[in-house]
Each structure stands twice: as C-alpha cells, then as structure tokens.
Design a binder for this molecule. Structure first.
Ligand code: BTN
Length: 264
C-alpha cells in the first residue's frame, strides 16, 4: 500500500509537523513534505536552510511493536542508504553515505537526515526521519557559508527533477530496509551500509563535542551503528550525536571542525 503524503506550501519544520500530528493521535506511516521550511532543523539543533527547490520531507514511523534502541540508531543510516539509492535511480549521480547519516557527492553534502524518536524504557513507540535533500537548488540558493560544502542534483547534472518522483523512489528503497530493521536483521543492513560508506578503512579524525580530536583508521560500524576507530593503541566507539568525522589523519585548527554547530 502506498504511504500517505501531506504536501504543504510552507512548514516551520516537517519533523515538527509530523510530531504534532502524532501527538494529536495520528499514528500511521506518513510523509509530511513542505516546499519550504521557515525553521528547518539539522542535527544537534542546527538551523537547516530550506528554500523552495529542495525536498524537505519527514517520514512518520508508527511500528506495530515499539522499535528497540538499536533499530532507532540504525534508522538514520537506513534512511541515508535509501536516499542514496533513490538519488542514483533518478539522477544517475554516484553518491556515498557519510557516517552518521549524510549523503554526499564526492566531498560535498547532498542530503542530511535527522531522526528523532519518542517512547519509554529504551523503546521507540514512534519515530520521525527527516530528509533534507538538495534537489533543484542552484548554488546561489545556498547560504553563502555553505556554497563550497554543499551540492544539489541540479548542480551535479544541470537538470531539474520532480520532487514527487524523488520522494517515491526514497520510499521504494526504504520499505525493504525498514522491514529488515523491524525484524532485527542488522547484519545484512550493516553490510549494505558498509558498501556505501565513505572513508571506511581510511585514516580519519573524529572531533568530539568537548573539542577532543581522535585520529585513527575508520574500522566500520559496530552492531549499534556506532563508528569504530582503531587508533593503533585502542579501539574506540562513537555514537552519532557526539562527534564529527573528517578524512585524513591531520586535525584542523581547534574550533574550526566543519559541521559542528552548522547544518553541514
Ligand atoms: C543534518 O543536519 O544533516 C540533518 C538535516 C535534516 C533536515 C531535514 S529537512 C526535513 C526535515 N525537517 C527538518 O526540520 N529537518 C529535516
């Protein structure tokens, strides 16, 4: 059955709209989409610029049985993987997933995912997965500080795409992954994500929230979807909300870590 969709001309944040519907008692699978957002939110509460031309969409998930914690931490990766597959299907632009849940073209960010969940006792009764995908944006549509770091399908191909077609492709790619997630089939999910993951087996820097930088080889993900870093002296594990990941063994100047406190 096709997942329902609500399309709005403008919303504050489609994640917020989805939660308001859930709080009002709506609990079915649903996409909330807005042509623009006045208060789009990125990870760590950052502002997410959302002008007309992008796909700003949130998937409300109301599983019959609450999701375990492990599933919710994989959800962002799974939605990123679905978005990556959909992008390749509609545009043929080759994309990768950058841990924890960005979709990138080369080193430029094409999409970001924000997963939120609500529940009790470590189980999620409902979750909202927000997808911000730069579809038909021109370079001049991006706020100045993001122009180098971000890209769009239009910038990559010179073509414009139907937002509805892109959304349908995401949902099509998402369905089997979500099924596997609910069944707890993490091993095949992990293998599929790993195939797409940027920087695996490479030297990276991990920037922690308190300003600490850890260097080592990105060894992949553990069963909880955490980043595994081999520093040579120790194996360290990082959750997605704690850190930012960057290529190369050389750290940036203190305070200049990209992505910290910004949508990108
Ligand atoms: C990130 O920081 O990379 C995640 C960005 C997520 C943005 C999307 S746009 C649709 C949905 N509504 C929001 O307010 N945020 C998400």
């Amino acid at each position: 059955m096709e997942t329902r969709q609500i399309w709005l001309k403008i919303a504050d944040s489609t994640n917020a709209v989805a939660w308001r519907l859930w709080q009002a008692g709506y609990c079915r699978d649903l996409w909330v989409v807005a042509l623009s957002q006045s208060a789009g939110v990125g990870r760590r509460g950052a502002h997410w610029a959302s002008p007309v031309g992008g796909l700003w969409a949130s998937r409300l998930l109301c599983p019959a049985r609450p999701l375990e914690v492990r599933s919710t931490s994989w959800l962002g990766l799974v939605v990123a993987l679905a978005t990556a597959r959909a992008v390749e299907e509609v545009s043929h632009v080759p994309v990768r997933v950058k841990w924890p849940n960005d979709v990138v073209v080369g080193t430029r960010k094409l999409a970001g995912i924000l997963v939120e969940s609500r529940g009790a006792d470590g189980r999620a009764q409902a979750a909202v997965a927000g997808v911000g995908l730069n579809v038909n944006l021109k370079r001049s549509d991006f706020p100045e500080p993001l122009r180098e770091a971000a890209t769009s399908l239009y910038e990559e191909t010179g073509e414009t795409f139907s937002l509805r077609a892109v959304l349908l492709a995401i949902e099509r790619a998402f369905q089997p992954l979500y099924r596997a997630l609910r069944q707890g089939d993490y091993a095949p999910l992990a293998a599929q994500v790993r195939q797409r993951l940027l920087l695996v087996d490479e030297q990276v820097c991990v920037y922690e929230e308190d300003g600490k930088v850890q260097r080592g080889r990105f060894d992949g993900l553990d069963a909880e979807g955490r980043l595994v870093l081999d520093t040579g002296q120790a194996i360290l594990y990082f959750s997605s909300d704690q850190v930012h990941l960057r290529a190369g063994g050389k750290a940036l100047e203190p305070g200049s870590a990209p992505g910290l406190g910004t949508g990108f």
